[in-house]
Ligand binder design. Structure first.
Ligand code: SAH
Length: 187
């Protein structure tokens, strides 16, 4: 039974349904590396994961984790902001995943932000293949979190219904700072 009671697990369930061996996917926020490792296993040895983080700590910890799992060969780790994705990628992608907020166990003042996140989503949409998905796991508890949520939802809501399925997945009893998922699928 897949676990859809937690935001990250629900995002992984969706990725499992949409990402195949040999696919090209982007992890826009490496953080502690869970998504990058998960995606690297999904795409297999002929696929590719392009992973971004602005913190060296996140990149280096994840590199070690990938080496230990013997899956570094299919992952490109980029120490730069995801808003610059077009500097690194021209090929079409099957998926892109964001895990917003701050690095757990790291500096809580370094967070994702409304402008950079929405820029990255807009650029990701231009690269997205038909049938591809963009998933954002959004945390709202930190300063700027609510504003970032609004920016992402405004962008998602504005997308053409002929071209995209857009879904918002809420945990509706989590109080004032719930986790929210935004999911965009190119039809
Ligand atoms: N809140 C999540 C984890 C988020 S990690 C949880 O609790 O599981 C978010 C990561 O995004 C951090 O490692 C941070 O360094 C990174 N980040 C922040 N701004 C970024 C940007 N513009 N481009 C790429 N990564 C960024």
């Amino acid at each position: 039974m897949p676990d859809f009671w937690q935001a990250v697990e629900f995002s992984h369930m969706l990725l499992e349904e949409h990402i195949d061996k040999g696919d090209m996917v982007v992890d826009a926020t490496v953080g502690n590396g869970h998504d990058t490792v998960f995606l690297a296993n999904l795409v297999g040895e002929n696929g590719q994961v392009i992973s971004f983080d602005i913190q060296r700590e996140a990149i280096e910890n994840t590199r070690d984790r990938l080496v230990n799992n013997k899956i570094l060969d299919r992952v490109k780790l980029i120490e730069d902001g995801h808003q610059f994705i077009d500097k690194y990628l021209e090929d079409e992608i099957n998926g892109m995943v964001f895990n917003l907020g701050y690095l757990p166990g790291g500096d809580k003042d370094i967070t994702t932000g409304k402008k950079t996140t929405t820029t990255a989503v807009e650029k990701g949409l231009k690269l997205l293949k038909i049938g591809g998905i963009i998933i954002l796991v959004i945390y709202t508890g930190h300063p700027g979190g609510q504003e970032e949520l609004k920016g992402v939802l405004d962008l998602a809501e504005s997308l053409n219904k002929q071209k995209y399925n857009v879904l918002r997945y809420n945990f509706i009893n989590q109080g004032t700072s719930p986790q929210v998922l935004a999911i965009i699928r190119r039809k």
